[in-house]
Structures are given as structure tokens and as C-alpha cells.
Design a protein around this ligand. Structure first.
Ligand SMILES: C[S@@+](CC[C@H](N)C(=O)[O-])C[C@H]1O[C@@H](n2cnc3c(N)ncnc32)[C@H](O)[C@@H]1O
Ligand code: SF4
Length: 464
């Protein structure tokens, strides 16, 4: 989470931190995934998705996300959809099915779609063997027209990476790496079951740079068990010394009711809300002092990086991978549990790997659920995205995009401004603005415009 330097300590008072830290979604989509339904319950089924794919124009640039739900280790903090496997054959069988899914999507689209952005996430796609990475690239290239400047990124667990893996990355055409660090402190690492030395991480960063992969992101976490201001400060210094172009600084989301392995983490070892807040603030200050620009609530980038430029020019977007400068209106999800976004709505694949595989093997698109966006959904999604990306939205832009419907949001925003005794959300001319002091609480302020919040059984992580 990003905390603005202008705070200068005034917000040390615990009250707003507590008040604004109630659990809320991370808003990587709106409506959020717990509000997706299957076809029988008014949501999205394979037939509807097939129709949406067929409507994509041949010149529409699309993004693709490929999910690899396997890791060769299981970190206890992990909130991702993955499972540990010490053998490679389940991974190989999954990959065969993934190739088939790419074919099915290509057939439904009816033409090769223009691909400008590809992201492999997980899990740990870095555990794929070189020839499998190359083969996946070949299948994708058979069914999609990659633009010459396509951005191809992979999430990397440094513990996986060998010279062979790097060859596979090159064959895939990877030009961006996203490296998981989390924390370098040995005690923290032991408690989260993720041992990873700084030296090994540096070796991987150097290998990737030598292979010509210039763009690098590092993920770090605050709010982890036994993390202190001192240990976090050291980790952040070590991360900075690796000189990544981007850093994602996430607050640890403790959701043991969803991720039962998180029960391995003693709750008493977790920093409380005030400590999390102080950690986020310290890390942000260190990153700013090192020349990074804060992007949205939890990303940092070198000023010359394309993400920082996008933020500067009002082109920053938010999707399932977090902040992005990817302007595509179509995101195609591939692999178990992956989520796609098309102008008509969201669609999510079956999460259970076995069921996902069986469905694709029958020649069916493995759709589990989704949501058709109403006009109100699309408008609220845009408002929430503006608040998460720009900490503001303009009433004029909203009216321009949504006409008379915009008045609903404007009325809600006026009421929120009037009720906000902390002054975190203000009206400045025709703009509704989250003040620098309110920016750490952007998720909570965005949630004021979420028409679904409180409906259903979804539980979320802390808003700070
Ligand atoms: C798929 S993982 C990263 C790739 C690779 N498997 C690794 O661990 O290095 C994506 C990122 O999600 C973040 N993440 C995972 N679990 C989280 C949680 N419970 N709370 C916050 N961030 C989390 C971590 O920073 C992690 O690097
Ligand atoms: S953090 Fe990465 S390596 Fe660890 S379990 Fe999660 S996805 Fe796998």
C-alpha cells in the first residue's frame, strides 16, 4: 500500500487507521469475483463466452493471462490459486490440456486475435521446463498474432531458475520478469516457509539481465509474521540494491478461512494494524528516497518506466495482475481459475484443476462462471478504477462517458464528501479527490461506490 509522504506523522493517530481498515476487496475487478455466477444462476456459461469471443474484431488488440496452478514449494503466506507438486508429470499433463484450451479459444474467436500482452502467472510458471515454455509459446503463436512489440512477462520464483529455465524464457520471447522476493529476513522466511537467500536472488536477477531481459519487477510484502520496521527496512534496501524497474509492495492478506495453509502462521506473530501502517509508510519512504515514484496504492516504478509514464499521463489501468499500462479492453484468461474480461463482462474458468482438464478434454470451453456487466456495473467499475489509479474522478468525464446515469454516482459522492469528517474525500471544482492523507485508504473509499458490498458471503482482507 502507498502512503503519501505529506502525512508527516499527523495520521499517526490510530483512529482513522482503524476506522478505514475494515476488510474490503482489492478491486482488481468490479464487480469482484465472489459476485460471479454460473449460467444457470444468471451468470456466464461456455455458450455465452463463445459468443463474446466471436465478437472480438480482428484488429482489436487483446491481452492474455495464462495460469499455471503449480509450485514446487508451498509458502504458508500464499494466497494464490496453486498447489504444491514435487513431480513434474501432473504439470506436463496440465500443459497438454492448456494447449488444447488455446485451440478452443482460437476456434471460438474464428480468427487469429491480435495479441499485444501476454502474462504467465501462478503458481510458479518458472517451474516449467525450457521445452515446455517454448512449446507453449509456439501454440500461442499459432492461434494469436503477436504484435511485434508484444510484452511478454512471467512470474518467477527465483528458487526455480536454472540456465535451462532462462533458455525457455528466451524461447517464449519473455521480455519482462516479475520476481517474488517477499522478505529476506531469515526468521520471517522460516515462519512463512519460504527460504530464499539474497545471493540466490541476485544471481537470478543477473542471469535474466545477461539474457537480455531488461524489464524487471520485484514483489515484496509487509505485514508478515515477525516482520519489524528494522527487518523490513533491510529487505527494502536489499530489493533496491537489485535495481528493479518496478516494485510491488503488497500488504500480506491473511485469509485462513480461504487458504487453510495460512493456519500454519501464528496469528500472534502478525503485526497489528498500526504496525502494518507504520511498515507501509516506512517502505514507501525508502522507495521514494531511492528515486521510485509511487503508483496507485501498492506499486512503485522508476520515473522512466512505462508504468510511471502511464500514471503521469492518466493512462494507468487496473486488472487482475494489479496496476498496468496495458490499454487492451479484452483480456483472455487461460488455464484453471483464470479470469477474463471482455466488453460484455467477466468470465472465470473452472478452478479445480481436474475438472478444468476433464472439461477441456471433452472439447468444451472450461467456463465456470462470470457476470454480464450492466450499465451501472460498467459505470461503477470505471469510478472505482479511477479512484484506485488516480485517487480522483471527474464529474465531467463521468457524464461524458455515462450520460444521465452519472448523476447517481455524483449524488453518492456528494453525500460521502459531506459525511467524511476526516476530510479524506473532497470535492475540488468538478473533481472528487482522495486527499494525500486519504490515499492509504483508497480501497475503503473505492468501496463506497461498490453496489455489491455486503451482499453475499465474501470476506476480505484488511483495508490497510
Ligand atoms: C504467484 S505469486 C509469485 C510468483 C512465484 N510463485 C513466487 O512466489 O515467487 C504472486 C505474488 O503474489 C503475492 N502474494 C501471494 N500471497 C499473498 C498474500 N497472502 N498476501 C499478499 N500478497 C500475496 C506475492 O508477493 C507473490 O510474489
Ligand atoms: S508464493 Fe509463489 S512459490 Fe510460494 S506458494 Fe505462492 S505461488 Fe507458490
Amino acid at each position: 500500500m502507498t502512503i503519501h509522504p505529506n502525512l508527516n506523522g499527523e495520521l499517526g493517530a490510530a483512529d482513522p487507521v482503524r476506522l478505514f481498515s475494515a476488510p474490503v476487496p482489492r478491486y482488481t475487478s468490479y464487480p469482484t469475483a465472489p459476485h460471479f455466477h454460473d449460467g444457470a444462476h444468471g451468470g456466464v456459461d461456455a455458450a455465452a463466452y463463445r459468443g463474446w469471443l466471436g465478437e472480438i474484431g480482428p484488429d482489436t488488440p487483446v491481452s492474455a493471462y495464462v495460469h499455471v496452478p503449480f509450485c514446487d514449494r508451498l509458502c504458508w503466506f500464499c494466497g494464490c490459486h496453486t498447489k504444491q507438486t514435487l513431480r513434474y508429470d501432473p504439470v506436463q499433463r496440465y500443459l497438454q490440456v492448456l494447449h488444447r484450451e488455446v485451440e478452443l479459444v482460437g476456434e471460438a474467436a474464428g480468427k487469429p486475435l491480435k495479441l499485444s500482452e501476454l502474462h504467465l502467472g501462478g503458481g510458479s510458471p518458472s517451474m516449467l521446463r525450457a521445452h515446455d515454455l517454448a512449446a507453449l509459446g509456439e501454440t500461442l503463436r499459432r492461434h494469436f498474432d503477436f504484435t511485434p512489440d508484444a510484452r511478454i512477462s512471467v512470474e518467477i520464483d527465483p528458487n526455480d531458475v536454472t540456465a535451462d529455465t532462462v533458455e525457455g524464457f528466451k524461447a517464449l520471447g519473455m521480455n519482462r520478469a516479475s520476481i517474488g522476493v517477499q522478505d529476506f529476513d531469515p526468521r520471517v522466511q522460516e515462519t512463512i516457509n519460504r527460504i530464499q537467500t539474497f545471493e540466490d536472488t541476485r544471481r537470478v536477477v543477473e542471469m535474466l539481465r545477461e539474457a537480455g531481459i531488461a524489464s524487471m519487477n520485484i514483489d515484496a510484502l509487509y505485514g508478515l509474521p515477525h516482520q519489524s520496521l528494522e527487518s523490513l527496512e533491510k529487505t527494502i534496501e536489499q530489493v533496491i540494491s537489485l535495481n528493479p524497474d518496478r516494485i510491488a509492495l503488497f500488504g500480506y492478506a491473511h485469509v485462513p478461512w480461504m487458504k487453510t495453509h495460512q493456519r500454519m502462521i501464528e496469528e500472534t506473530s502478525l503485526p497489528d494494524i498500526d504496525a502494518r501502517y507504520a511498515q507501509a509508510r516506512l517502505a514507501e519512504q525508502k522507495l521514494r528516497d531511492a528515486g521510485y515514484v509511487a503508483i496507485g496504492i501498492d506499486h512503485f516504478a522508476r520515473p522512466e518506466d512505462s508504468l510511471a509514464r502511464a500514471a503521469d499521463e492518466g493512462r494507468l489501468r487496473r486488472n487482475f495482475q494489479g496496476y498496468t499500462d496495458d490499454p487492451c479492453e479484452v483480456l483472455i484468461g487461460l488455464g484453471a481459475s483464470s479470469i477474463g474480461r471482455l466488453p460484455q463482462g467477466y468470465v472465470q474458468n473452472i478452478a479445480a484443476t481436474g475438472n478444468y482438464m476433464a472439461t477441456v478434454e471433452r472439447g468444451e470451453l472450461p467456463v465456470a462462471k462470470g457476470i454480464v456487466l450492466s450499465e451501472d456495473d460498467s459505470m461503477r467499475a470505471r469510478v472505482i478504477e479511477w479512484l484506485m489509479c488516480e485517487f480522483a474522478f471527474s464529474a465531467a468525464r463521468l457524464r461524458e462517458a455515462f450520460g444521465a446515469m452519472a448523476e447517481t454516482i455524483i449524488e453518492e459522492a456528494d453525500a460521502r464528501v459531506a459525511a467524511d469528517t476526516h476530510g479524506f474525500f473532497r470535492k475540488q471544482c468538478e473533481r472528487y479527490v482522495i486527499t494525500p492523507e486519504g490515499q492509504p485508504f483508497a480501497r475503503t473509499i473505492a468501496s463506497w461506490f461498490d453496489a455489491y458490498l455486503g451482499r453475499g458471503k465474501a470476506r476480505h482482507s484488511s483495508g490497510v
